[in-house]
Write a protein that binds this ligand. Structure first.
Ligand code: TRP
Length: 374
């Protein structure tokens, strides 16, 4: 198969992702041991996603911790473009954001970019985007964010608050600045060309509302960095500090290590609403295996957990226990554990997680309104 060239922008992720290359190209800072220690000191524990380098890069983390230590607490900002159902790959950023909220007592501003997804969609009506937004809110609430400290911002609903700030950002951005970074061309609709100025706003909106400058930390998947490189260029010109960020890698798609997961390709993703049977079917049928072709070969040569998607998923968030994970690694690598056995472990883990998640997702229906900013 021809190797497809890597591309990582908010609107296009493809090829095999080379994270080292992205760190260089985007000019990101790797998360150093010193930063990890400081986070651990304040949190009282080390999150496994930090230890495993799922969150591996960022911007201005040193600064945001310096401020925190001076008593100047940061708020968190992240978001979701409601274009379809939530799959397991989306959850990593938010699980970690919830941990940051708990450990640092931080407010979380959560933006729903219904405008962006309407502008981006081929045929989706605004009604469909609104339906997905509601469904997505349930998944986010189910993760346990604190309703007293979490504010959902909906771009089209809170437009009266967002728009006056967005135009200040937009005035400083030219078409040539966004063209190549987002892959826009002469046929791109003008809404999308404007959009990055909307995504910039929550990074300083709390400062506007509270009339004081509050540090902002954005947990996000690395493809969103394009937006925030621009945001960081502009905010000092408006009198605000650049937002800091902490960035995660993608969960490898079920079907193999190219691109990022997508809900529209059922072979690649497991949805938060999938039934245990569906989970079993997808994992057995699609999960890319690092095992050998025959059992005999596998016993002799062993499997390769580093490319095995079931193993990658356990590592990403489904097996929090380092010792158990290490044991699986060794058994699979030595050939003692077969691919079918590894897949069974994953299926059980996903189904246990989803059973709880789906319960909380049902309960979330009663409290959605509490999360919407008023
Ligand atoms: N554009 C993002 C998406 O398509 C949604 C988003 C808005 C976001 N603000 C954010 C993501 C801040 C991470 C951080 O999903």
């Amino acid at each position: 198969m021809v190797k497809r060239e890597m591309k990582v922008t908010p609107y296009d992720v493809r090829g095999k992702i080379d994270y080292d290359r992205l760190i260089n190209e985007f000019g990101l800072e790797r998360i150093t041991d010193n930063i990890l220690k400081r986070i651990e000191k304040h949190a009282g524990e080390m999150h496994f996603m930090l230890r495993r380098k799922i969150f591996f890069a960022g911007r201005d983390l040193k600064w945001v911790l310096d401020e925190y230590e001076k008593g100047n607490k940061f708020f968190l900002y992240t978001g979701r473009g409601p274009s379809g159902p939530i799959h397991l790959g989306h959850l990593g950023t938010w699980i970690f954001a919830k941990w940051l909220q708990d450990k640092f007592g931080a407010e979380l501003w959560f933006q729903f970019t219904d405008d962006e997804k309407f502008l981006l969609g081929k045929n989706e009506s605004m009604e469909e985007v609104q339906k997905w937004m509601y469904e997505n809110m349930l998944d986010i609430i189910a993760l346990g964010f604190d309703p007293k400290k979490t504010y959902f911002l909906v771009d089209t609903k809170h437009a009266g608050m967002i728009y006056p700030e967005a135009i200040k950002v937009a005035k400083r951005i030219t078409y040539s600045m966004v063209k190549s970074s987002f892959g826009f061309n002469e046929s791109t609709n003008i809404g999308l060309i404007f959009f990055t100025s909307v995504q910039a706003v929550p990074a300083f909106l709390p400062s506007v509302l509270k009339k004081k400058k509050i540090p902002c930390l954005i947990p996000h998947a690395i493809d969103q960095d394009t937006h925030f490189r621009i945001t960081r260029d502009i905010l000092p010109k408006l009198g605000y500090r650049k937002p800091a960020s902490i960035q995660n890698s993608f969960l490898t798609p079920l079907s193999g290590p190219e691109g990022k997961m997508s809900s529209s390709k059922s072979s690649g993703a497991i949805l938060t609403t999938d039934s245990p049977k569906e989970v079993e079917r997808k994992v057995k049928k699609y999960a890319f295996s690092g095992g050998q072709k025959t059992t005999k070969d596998h016993r002799e040569k062993g499997g390769n957990p580093d490319v095995d998607v079931a193993y990658q998923w356990l590592n990403y968030f489904l097996e929090e226990d380092d010792r158990k994970l290490q044991e699986i690694y060794e058994k699979y690598e030595s050939g003692e554990m077969l691919t079918s056995e590894l897949k069974e472990i994953l299926i059980d883990k996903i189904n246990a997680f989803l059973k709880e998640h789906q319960k909380k997702r049902e309960k979330a229906k009663k409290i959605v309104d509490d999360f919407i900013y008023k």
